[in-house]
Design a protein around this ligand. Structure first.
Ligand SMILES: Cc1ncc(C[n+]2csc(CCOP(=O)(O)OP(=O)(O)O)c2C)c(N)n1
Length: 640
């Protein structure tokens, strides 16, 4: 295998890869040629991700596996489902999208994840983890019902396998004896180190080389002795119960094979060819290395989970490493750093505080907290449902758990938030990150629904900050509130308001006039801005000489101020980076209706369609949520 220690700046020569427009071409290649193809694929992958930025280590780790899978399966007739999908860049290169890779994650370009609308080879849209086995099983059962002969294969990482959903699917597949191949891509990594009993179980067996050798050699020898293999198989079943993951998966109804080296291309090709037509649920355990072939990424798989594009800055500066949060607070801070710093300060003041993350330590900026308060820090793995309920349990014992979670992933923990936290009025604080449009990760990752799905939950306090200082004050308010409370803040930086180190809570249920026009008959418009939308609204309110009210608290609403605003203005406009349907603006409208007011309103936000990927500024412009768009909508309404 060819190893790299830097990312090619110029397009590498890839003669064999250039000839592979679709996987059918690679099926005609010899094993030696496949090796060359894998080297070229890795070189091209490095070059193209260097040009665009994006997910890095996961794709490098599955180069050989991707080649072998497309060799053994008749894709796209056979269904290949990638879990999460951040490792699918090599798959995209081999399936007709090589020349489009320069557009990856850009507006109008390729999606960072498999997407059904993009290619017939992308059999299932992904982005959230741990769905692949269910989806591939559904495809297998669909084909069975339709009487069609096609194979179905799910490729799932050891991180994704920590989610309960993956086990629900395994159990079902075993029960219905589906013709399904599950490939476990085991690199002992989630985004950060993988956690949990399953992870250490897998790691233990990997460390036990003698088991693997014994199993392989034994089978080879015994296959020559009639009858002996069957006897050995039964004996093995007892033995491996002590030392192997085979027991678990075989108990669930799978035929377990492995672990095998996921970078040994000939072995992979042969094993997959052997397994592809076996009847019933098959489980292949493949061991890979995240970042394989690019030495810096092999050494630092966390730092190289994703990178920004190369031209902007040297790689070691540009990679998405965790922000160092104990530096003096200066200039625009990322909202996640505001949270990370606040949590450390709050934990210093209150020993009951516990930080919980579902596998997003770096993204949620919990690195410093995890080091300073290891005994009060829990990474629960990719288990959002569990993250919420375990926090509820902690709250039952008088602790003050803080669940740091991305808006999009909280969708997974919705029932738990209602049933386990809110119904019981438990004191859990939710720090909801990446609320609003997240940009290049696209529709699976936008946090565009949380205001709608949280606003209707009784007992919950819900706030959205206009700037960093408010974010800190709201987090303190949520923490001080003796029941469930949530603060939703966006990805990236805010306007740059210094936060300080105090833990002063902002009052709950109170908004703030940022521009108040009283008694001027020419002023007809009041704009009620929610969270991030206060930035563009500041400009619009100036331009239109309108009142600007920063709502701050979505639940409870500032009833007094909102009634006051209705009194003095012809038109009340609400602006939010959330679905209009059911969002904060709807809450304001409900308040007016129930107060018996026929208040003319304009509700601005995300319309009833999923927003694609691109730079946040491009997406906001498209959604009419930049200053120009907001102003144009208001003027159009006034002109009616
Ligand atoms: C439901 C959900 N939670 C969190 C994430 C964020 N996330 C993306 S990749 C990843 C780690 C996946 O690890 P693994 O399945 O082992 O794949 P690897 O990166 O090691 O190839 C996480 C936590 C997600 N995509 N979906």
């Amino acid at each position: 295998m060819k190893l790299f220690d830097e990312i090619p700046q110029a397009r590498p020569a890839t003669p064999l890869l250039d000839a592979v427009e679709t996987p059918s071409a690679l099926r005609t290649l010899s094993v030696a040629q496949l090796r060359q193809l894998a080297d070229e694929l890795r070189a091209y992958l490095l070059y193209s991700v260097g040009c665009t930025g994006g997910h890095f280590g996961a794709g490098l780790g599955v180069v050989e596996l991707t080649v072998a899978l497309h060799h053994a399966l008749e894709t796209p007739h056979d269904r290949l489902v990638w879990d999460v999908g951040h490792q699918a860049y090599p798959h995209k290169i081999l399936t007709g999208r090589r020349e489009a890779m320069h557009s990856m994650r850009q507006y109008g370009g390729l999606s960072a994840f498999p997407k059904r609308a993009e290619s017939e080879f992308d059999t299932f849209g992904v982005g959230h983890s741990s769905t692949s086995i269910s989806a591939a099983l559904g495809m297998a059962l669909g084909a069975r019902t339709a009487g069609e002969k096609r194979r179905a294969c799910a490729v799932i990482g050891d991180g994704a396998l920590t989610a309960g959903m993956a086990f629900e699917a395994l159990a079902h597949a075993g029960h219905v004896k589906a013709n399904l191949l599950v490939v476990l891509n085991d690199n002992e990594m989630s985004i950060s180190e993988n956690v949990g009993g399953m992870a250490s179980y897998l790691a233990r067996i990997l460390a036990s080389k003698p088991y693997t050798q014994m199993r392989a050699n034994g089978k080879k020898v015994l296959s020559h002795l009639p009858g002996a293999l069957e006897f050995a198989k039964r004996t093995e079943e007892h033995m491996k119960g002590f030392i192997s993951p085979a027991t678990l998966f075989e108990e669930m109804g799978f035929n377990y094979i492995g672990p095998i080296d996921g970078h040994d291309l000939p072995a992979l090709v042969q094993t997959l060819h052997n397994m592809r037509d076996l009847e019933g649920p098959q489980f292949l355990h493949v061991v890979t290395r995240k970042g394989k072939g690019f030495i810096p990424a092999e050494q630092d798989p966390i730092g190289y989970h994703a990178i920004t594009k190369l031209e902007k800055a040297p790689l070691d500066v540009a990679r998405e490493a965790p922000a160092v949060t104990d530096a003096p607070i200066a200039k625009p801070q990322k909202y996640c750093s505001v949270f990370g710093n606040w949590l450390c300060d709050a934990a210093a003041a209150d020993p009951r505080i516990i930080g919980v993350t579902p596998a997003m330590r770096e993204g949620s900026d919990l690195v410093r907290f995890s080091k300073e308060y290891p005994e009060r820090y829990y990474d629960v793995a990719i288990a959002e449902q569990h993250a919420v309920t375990v926090a509820a349990g902690m709250a039952c014992e008088g602790m003050k758990p803080v669940v740091a979670i991305y808006s999009t992933f909280l969708q997974r923990g919705y029932d738990q938030l209602i049933h386990d936290v809110a119904v019981q009025k438990l004191d859990v604080t939710f720090a909801i990150d990446r609320a609003g449009l997240v940009g290049e990760d696209g529709p699976t990752h936008h946090g565009s629904l949380d205001l709608s799905f949280l606003r209707c939950v009784p007992e919950l306090v819900l706030m959205a900050p206009a700037d960093e200082a408010e974010c800190r004050g709201m987090l303190s308010a949520a923490l001080a509130y003796p029941g469930p409370a949530a603060v939703r803040y966006p990805r990236g930086t805010g306007p740059g308001v210094a936060t300080g180190h105090d833990l002063e809570p902002l009052p709950i249920g109170r908004g703030e006039y940022r521009r108040r026009i009283v008694g001027n008959p020419d002023v007809r418009v009041a704009i009620v801005a929610i969270g991030s939308m206060n930035m563009p609204v500041t400009e619009v309110a100036e331009a239109l000489n309108a009142t600007h009210f920063n709502l701050r608290s979505i639940k409870p609403l500032d009833r007094e101020a909102l009634l006051d605003i209705a009194e003095g203005h012809d038109l009340v406009v609400t602006v939010e980076e959330n679905a209009i349907a059911g969002g904060a603006g709807t809450g304001v409208a409900e308040l007016y209706l129930n107060a018996g007011l026929a208040q003319p309103m304009l509700l601005l936000g995300l319309s009833d369609s999923f927003v694609e990927h691109g730079k946040p500024a491009e997406l906001l412009r498209d959604c009419g949520l930049d200053a120009a768009g907001i102003r144009a909508s208001i003027e159009a309404r006034l002109a009616r």
